[in-house]
Design a protein around this ligand. Structure first.
Ligand code: NAD
Length: 350
């Protein structure tokens, strides 16, 4: 097999809906700059579509052609998509892509950035959320006319692999893992998760393990966010806690995300398509730019990933190019596209 380092890496790029195209188009100049300065990074973008625009055009959020492009790519960089909520409307494109490639680990780093107000100066954690099971497994149905059931699917295999993924992250970091659950109520499903933590934990004696119930965790994330290193939890809890955790370091505009499987991955900001901001060139592209850093890391281009992160930090430190969500009073907010170009220039000039 040709190594990634000796050929062009093919990236399926989905601009998405709402603010998606803006944040993606602000990110591409950053990736172009990285290719100009980092040795061996050769990327090929293949643009494709998914989400609400596809529902309107083709009646599906993930057309066959998009699936084919995704299969032929090494990984996917995705802007947020809008998901119709009406019962019976097409399934979320995001959930379909996660299922298609079994992207079981949703990874969301939460880290303080220069000049971005944070709850504590030392916050640096990674939320690892199980991405395939739990209440998001999509098993939901009516039972008669006035009741419905959604099933919280939890499997031993699903728990063991996400827990192992999280322990491996902890080993690379400060060697602390916090396992978040609701075992006092969901005794059977959380019992399986808990057994997985105990079993897999034996492989990682160097990692300090502790456990917190999800309701308490919602509180501790506000009261002492700086103490956490890696957090692992089930799908729904992780979805909610990661949005909360993002607020401790400046909000959704700076929160990157990755969906990782054994041999494929999709990178996207944590935020959604924020339709009311669409087309205004106003929103923060840093969440997507930092997601592209996670992509470079995953592809094995660690040095290139570090360049992106450093450039983001340098530009924020300088404090002149901040979108409305970060700009302090008295500083004119920068446009989304300007922030992307400034970060790209920083990479070239470094
Ligand atoms: P949202 O994340 O789109 O927006 C919530 C608020 O966060 C916005 O009103 C804005 O104040 C802020 N925000 C979000 N992104 C920002 C950015 N880049 N810069 C600055 N501020 C930003 O959440 P929502 O309004 O609940 O969802 C809108 C749509 O997005 C829904 O259709 C939802 O299904 C979809 N969604 C998609 C994904 C995805 O594609 N992975 C994820 C979450 C939500």
């Amino acid at each position: 097999m040709t190594s990634r380092k000796s050929r062009k890496v093919r990236i399926a790029v989905i601009p998405g809906d709402g603010i998606g195209p803006e944040v993606i188009h602000a990110t591409l100049p950053v990736l172009d700059a990285v290719q100009d300065v980092a040795t061996g990074v050769k990327l090929e973008y293949v643009f494709t579509e998914a989400g609400l625009t596809c529902v309107q055009k083709y009646g599906t959020s993930l057309p066959e052609e998009t699936k084919q492009i995704l299969r032929e790519a090494d990984c996917c960089l995705k802007g947020p998509v809008t998901t119709p909520e009406e019962p019976g409307s097409p399934k979320s494109a995001v959930v379909q892509i996660r299922t298609m490639f079994d992207l079981y680990a949703n990874v969301r780093p939460i880290k303080v950035l220069p000049r971005v107000p944070a709850l504590h100066p030392n916050i640096d954690m990674v939320m690892v959320r199980e991405n395939m099971e739990g209440l998001y497994a999509g098993i939901e149905f009516m039972t008669g006319n006035d009741a419905a059931v959604a099933i919280r699917l939890i499997t031993k295999r699903g728990c063991e692999r996400i827990v192992r993924f999280a322990f491996n992250q902890a080993v690379e970091r400060r060697k602390q893992l916090t396992y978040v659950h609701k075992g006092n109520v969901l005794k059977i499903t959380e019992g399986i998760f808990k057994d997985a933590v105990a079993k897999v934990g034996q492989e990682f004696p160097e990692v300090h393990l502790d456990e917190v119930r999800v309701d308490a965790m919602a509180m501790w994330l506000i009261r002492q966010p700086e103490v956490y290193d890696v957090i692992v939890t089930t799908n729904l809890f992780g979805d909610i806690l990661s949005d909360e955790a993002a607020q401790t370091v400046g909000g959704l505009g700076v929160a990157p995300g990755a969906n990782i499987g054994d041999d494929y991955a999709m990178f996207e900001p944590v935020h959604g398509s924020a339709p009311s901001y669409a087309g205004k060139d106003q929103v923060n592209p840093i969440a997507t730019i930092l997601s592209s850093k996670l992509m470079l890391d995953w592809l094995g281009f660690k040095e290139a990933g570090d360049l992106v992160e450093q450039a983001v930090e340098d530009v924020l430190k300088e404090g002149q190019f901040m979108t409305f969500d970060l700009a302090p009073e008295g500083v004119t907010p920068a446009k989304c596209s300007e922030v992307g170009k400034r970060i790209a220039r920083q990479i070239r000039d470094a």
